[in-house]
Design a protein. Structure first.
Length: 228
């Protein structure tokens, strides 16, 4: 496991294809970023922080870029005071501080021969860091279920085209056309022996995990990205 370090970084790109949803790309101003697929970072935007002293107020974000890339990308939705401040302050050229890596989502023991990935909305981001990484070739016939409000909210088409495993099966569910992701259907298609990774809104994670374990899936086989 990599040691958590501070990185001074500069924003080199911001995409804003949907109102209130931003993808931000950071370049390190010093040492190269070091992390594993599925991990997350702390972002601090305090302009007075110089890298020493007490770490300022920050928020956690999953890294959707993979560790082979020189830059890091995150996606966030404006939902509260901190993310509103991000929307107002962060521009290309802005310098910020990152602290990483945190988490062990894909480092936990799991079966790579029957693996299911379930994500709602921006919950896809930690999965992307694995799906586009060369280690994803170790998985046998993985299945990916992705739920979005509508096609407009699927901001990840380019990254999904870079999936590093030709046997991957992806199912898209668009809420405005088909309703929400159906965990009963996912379970019926994959069964009790599969390992399930779940990422998305907290209420979705809880309800899906409760359903799977209530229907006989071992607790250790339901792995979640619920650090928020």
């Amino acid at each position: 496991m990599a040691i958590v370090k501070k990185y001074q970084a500069r924003i080199i790109n911001i995409l804003n294809e949907i109102v209130g949803v931003y993808t931000v790309e950071f370049a390190s101003l010093g040492k190269p970023f070091n992390y594993a697929p599925g991990q997350f970072l702390h972002l601090a935007i305090d302009e007075d922080y110089d890298g020493s002293g007490q770490w300022p107020e920050s928020r956690c974000f999953s890294m959707q870029s993979n560790p082979h890339e020189e830059t890091i990308r995150i996606t966030y939705a404006v939902k509260g005071v901190f993310t509103k401040a991000m929307e107002e302050k962060l521009k290309p050229g802005t310098e910020v501080w990152l602290k990483l890596p945190y988490g062990d989502l894909f480092q936990q023991p799991h079966n790579r021969e029957k693996t299911v990935f379930i994500a709602g909305g921006t919950g896809i981001t930690p999965f992307l860091s694995l799906l586009t990484h060369n280690s994803f070739q170790e998985y046998t016939t993985p299945k990916v279920y992705l739920g979005f409000r509508s096609r407009m909210y699927n901001l990840y088409k380019n990254e999904l085209q870079q999936i590093n495993n030709l046997s991957t099966k992806i199912s898209f569910v668009y809420q405005d056309k088909e309703g929400m992701l159906n965990i009963q259907k996912v379970f019926k298609e994959n069964g009790i022996e599969a390992n399930y990774f779940i990422s998305g809104p907290p209420e979705m994670i809880k309800s899906f995990k409760d359903y799977l374990t209530a229907n006989g899936v071992a607790t250790a086989n339901v792995l979640t990205d619920d650090w928020e």
